[in-house]
Design a protein around this ligand. Sequence first.
Ligand code: G3P
Length: 225
Amino acid sequence: MTELKTPSVIINFKIYSEAEGVNALSLARICEKVAGESGAGIAVCPPMTELSYVARNLSIPVFSQNVHPRKPGSGTGYTSPSAIVSSGAYGTLVNHSENRQSAEDIGACVRMCADSGLKICACAENVGKAAEIAGFSPDMIAVEPPELIGGDISVTSANPKIVEDTVNSVKSVDSGIKVLCGAGVKTGEDVRAAIDLGADGVLLASGVVRSKDPESILNDLIRFI
Ligand code: G3P
């Protein structure tokens, strides 16, 4: 599996029906094709049930949608860093808006993932939370205002300040952390705006996953990077 380039475009499949079962790998292969043709840094987050299958069959980076600070052993329903490594995945999201974790657990996940060689992208709902998470030094922080998630207005248009402020705030804590933004991102213009605001990439879902033609959406998304 290749390294994730910057600028990065991470596609979260969530649990959309369009990405259930074998459709997860089909959509992931479209992402892989566009990444291969364009050279853009594209990664995918398939549903958890398809994580290992997609990770073992794809050359671009694959992320788990979540991780828990658990060691192998008893822990029904949890996803340990060790299990994600064994699945063949490259990294993981944590603290997504739809699946929040405590600051203590986020910190523990960051430490355990670093020890396991997994990249981690922690989500934050605002600048303050992003700054708090920056103290744990994850590889990436994605700022996503919850009210814009799944909508048609990109965070880069609705609230460009949150992107700029998150970049400044996170980089002032740890300049090595990559900052992504997400919520409502759907076009190449949105991605360009994110980069102009100082972001290292975007995290998005519905624009690609729910599209009837994900390949053209992806080609548009990466056209300025
Ligand atoms: O994880 C990405 C996400 O929460 C943004 O979703 O549908 O607004 O691109 P969407």
